[in-house]
Write a protein that binds this ligand. Structure first.
Ligand SMILES: *Cc1c(COP(=O)(O)O)cnc(C)c1O
Length: 219
């Protein structure tokens, strides 16, 4: 499949799932996760009209995106990987949205970064939805306090994000994240990847983060 065909296929999958659930597909934003892929692999999607992209490392995004942004106006860049506090300034300058706000120290670092850089990216609070020790995200029990800290620091909170455990049915975890969002009064839901985006969209995802279905397998 050409990149243009892959993009059309992913859009069709999103639209089909949204319609089944009585949702407007326009309320689901596709984040094309271009991590590990070079500019030559990204350009065909830009040429096809895709403008929202995700990266998981600040340094890699800094190396790839400033030049692409000069070439293609209107790019929106999302950080979908863990963020170290000492890279908060660089992330604030580069990214429009951060999907991995998961601890009080990062709230503080992003608040300082906003003062220093004048840039405050929208943030999704990442929840460790399957309670997995190796994964990023705040514990479910810590979510209300972390949301309160983020709001207190005037960070623009866009919603909740999660990556369900691998190898098991993802839908219950998506449903749980949606419930946590309702319970805590946040609107956005960043959930669903290449293999499970239909379930995520049917359960309310407003952002799906899709890599391999668009770019092929990562090396
Ligand atoms: C890599 C990545 C994705 C995309 O995963 P695919 O399975 O390739 O679609 C989505 N979200 C996060 C947080 C990622 O790191």
């Amino acid at each position: 499949m050409s990149p243009r065909e892959s993009l059309a296929t992913v859009h069709d999958r999103i639209a089909h799932a949204a319609r089944l659930a009585g949702r407007d597909p326009a309320n689901v934003t596709l984040v094309a996760v271009s991590k590990t892929h070079p500019a030559e692999a990204i350009r065909p999607l830009l040429d096809a009209g895709q403008r929202v992209f995700g990266e998981n490392r600040v340094a890699e995004a800094e190396a790839k995106w400033p030049a692409l942004r000069d070439e293609y106006p209107g790019v929106e860049l999302h950080l979908v990987g863990q963020l170290q506090s000492n890279k908060a300034d660089a992330a604030a300058v580069l990214f429009d949205c951060i999907h991995s706000l998961d601890r009080p120290s990062l709230v503080a670092a992003l608040a300082r970064a906003a003062e220093r850089t004048g840039r405050a990216p929208r943030c999704f609070v990442q929840v460790n939805i399957g309670d997995e020790p190796q994964k990023g995200g705040c514990a479910i029990a810590d979510l209300p306090a972390l949301l309160a800290e983020a709001r207190g620091a005037a960070l623009p909170v866009a919603g909740l994000m999660a990556v369900p455990p691998a190898g098991v049915e993802a839908a219950p975890y998506f449903a749980l994240l949606a419930k946590l969002a309702r319970d805590n009064g946040v609107a956005g839901l960043s959930m669903g990847m290449s293999d499970d985006l239909e379930a995520a969209v049917m359960l309310g995802a407003t952002y799906v983060r899709v890599g391999s279905a668009l770019f092929g397998a990562r090396a």
